[in-house]
Design a protein around this ligand. Structure first.
Ligand SMILES: [Cu+2]
Length: 121
Protein backbone atom coordinates (compact mmCIF):
# COMPACT_ATOMS: atom_id res chain seq x y z
CA UNK A 1 0.00 0.00 0.00
CA UNK A 2 2.82 2.38 0.89
CA UNK A 3 4.53 1.61 -2.41
CA UNK A 4 1.45 2.53 -4.40
CA UNK A 5 1.25 5.80 -2.52
CA UNK A 6 4.89 6.55 -3.31
CA UNK A 7 4.37 5.88 -7.02
CA UNK A 8 1.37 8.16 -6.98
CA UNK A 9 3.47 10.90 -5.37
CA UNK A 10 6.16 10.57 -8.01
CA UNK A 11 3.57 10.83 -10.77
CA UNK A 12 2.19 14.04 -9.28
CA UNK A 13 5.72 15.45 -9.08
CA UNK A 14 6.42 14.59 -12.72
CA UNK A 15 3.13 16.18 -13.72
CA UNK A 16 4.01 19.42 -11.92
CA UNK A 17 7.50 19.50 -13.43
CA UNK A 18 6.00 18.97 -16.88
CA UNK A 19 3.69 21.93 -16.44
CA UNK A 20 6.34 24.32 -15.20
CA UNK A 21 8.68 23.57 -18.08
CA UNK A 22 5.94 24.01 -20.67
CA UNK A 23 7.05 27.42 -21.86
CA UNK A 24 10.73 26.71 -22.16
CA UNK A 25 12.25 26.78 -25.60
CA UNK A 26 10.23 29.73 -26.80
CA UNK A 27 11.73 33.05 -27.71
CA UNK A 28 11.20 36.24 -25.72
CA UNK A 29 10.14 34.25 -22.71
CA UNK A 30 11.11 36.79 -20.06
CA UNK A 31 8.79 39.33 -21.63
CA UNK A 32 5.88 36.90 -21.32
CA UNK A 33 6.26 36.82 -17.56
CA UNK A 34 6.26 40.62 -17.33
CA UNK A 35 3.23 41.11 -19.51
CA UNK A 36 1.24 38.56 -17.56
CA UNK A 37 1.65 40.75 -14.52
CA UNK A 38 0.51 43.91 -16.29
CA UNK A 39 -2.48 42.35 -18.02
CA UNK A 40 -1.19 40.54 -21.04
CA UNK A 41 -2.52 40.79 -24.52
CA UNK A 42 -3.26 37.20 -25.40
CA UNK A 43 -4.30 35.74 -28.72
CA UNK A 44 -5.62 32.22 -28.77
CA UNK A 45 -4.87 29.99 -31.73
CA UNK A 46 -7.98 27.88 -32.01
CA UNK A 47 -9.94 26.00 -34.67
CA UNK A 48 -7.34 26.93 -37.30
CA UNK A 49 -7.61 30.64 -36.63
CA UNK A 50 -6.29 33.50 -34.49
CA UNK A 51 -8.81 34.70 -31.89
CA UNK A 52 -8.07 38.35 -32.72
CA UNK A 53 -7.68 38.80 -36.48
CA UNK A 54 -6.72 42.41 -35.87
CA UNK A 55 -5.20 43.56 -32.60
CA UNK A 56 -4.21 47.15 -31.89
CA UNK A 57 -1.48 47.74 -29.30
CA UNK A 58 0.98 50.40 -28.26
CA UNK A 59 4.69 50.37 -28.95
CA UNK A 60 6.55 48.35 -26.32
CA UNK A 61 3.64 46.08 -25.53
CA UNK A 62 3.90 42.31 -25.59
CA UNK A 63 1.51 39.83 -27.15
CA UNK A 64 1.35 36.18 -26.19
CA UNK A 65 -0.08 33.61 -28.57
CA UNK A 66 -1.23 30.33 -27.10
CA UNK A 67 -2.16 27.30 -29.17
CA UNK A 68 -5.38 25.58 -28.11
CA UNK A 69 -5.54 23.21 -31.08
CA UNK A 70 -4.27 19.64 -31.11
CA UNK A 71 -2.64 20.55 -34.42
CA UNK A 72 0.67 22.43 -34.37
CA UNK A 73 0.70 26.05 -35.55
CA UNK A 74 3.19 28.88 -35.94
CA UNK A 75 3.10 32.67 -35.66
CA UNK A 76 5.06 33.87 -38.67
CA UNK A 77 5.40 37.31 -40.27
CA UNK A 78 4.16 37.59 -43.86
CA UNK A 79 7.15 39.83 -44.61
CA UNK A 80 10.39 39.96 -42.63
CA UNK A 81 10.94 38.08 -39.39
CA UNK A 82 9.42 40.21 -36.63
CA UNK A 83 7.27 37.22 -35.72
CA UNK A 84 8.99 33.89 -36.05
CA UNK A 85 7.75 31.21 -33.65
CA UNK A 86 8.58 27.54 -33.58
CA UNK A 87 5.78 25.07 -34.19
CA UNK A 88 3.59 25.33 -31.10
CA UNK A 89 1.99 22.20 -29.71
CA UNK A 90 -1.27 22.34 -27.80
CA UNK A 91 -1.02 24.72 -24.78
CA UNK A 92 2.41 25.99 -25.88
CA UNK A 93 2.80 29.74 -26.18
CA UNK A 94 4.92 32.33 -27.96
CA UNK A 95 5.45 35.89 -26.81
CA UNK A 96 6.82 38.88 -28.63
CA UNK A 97 7.38 42.51 -27.71
CA UNK A 98 6.84 45.08 -30.46
CA UNK A 99 9.37 47.91 -30.37
CA UNK A 100 8.37 49.78 -33.50
CA UNK A 101 5.13 51.23 -34.83
CA UNK A 102 3.91 49.42 -37.89
CA UNK A 103 1.38 46.93 -39.16
CA UNK A 104 2.59 43.38 -38.75
CA UNK A 105 0.69 40.85 -40.82
CA UNK A 106 1.27 37.22 -39.97
CA UNK A 107 0.15 33.70 -40.74
CA UNK A 108 0.68 30.07 -39.78
CA UNK A 109 3.41 28.28 -41.70
CA UNK A 110 1.43 25.04 -41.83
CA UNK A 111 -1.89 26.61 -42.80
CA UNK A 112 -1.54 29.66 -45.09
CA UNK A 113 -5.25 30.45 -44.74
CA UNK A 114 -4.66 31.33 -41.08
CA UNK A 115 -3.98 35.07 -41.25
CA UNK A 116 -4.11 37.99 -38.84
CA UNK A 117 -2.41 41.28 -38.07
CA UNK A 118 -1.06 43.35 -35.23
CA UNK A 119 -1.24 47.14 -35.49
CA UNK A 120 1.38 48.80 -33.32
CA UNK A 121 0.67 52.47 -32.67
CU1 LIG B 1 -1.62 26.34 -38.42
Amino acid sequence: MKKAFFVFGVLILLFLLGCSSNNQGNQDNTNAVNSELVGAKTIEIKDFGFSQPELRIKKGETITWINQDSVKHTVTSDVGNELNSDFLSKTESYSHTFDSSSIFEYHCNAHPSMKAKVIVE
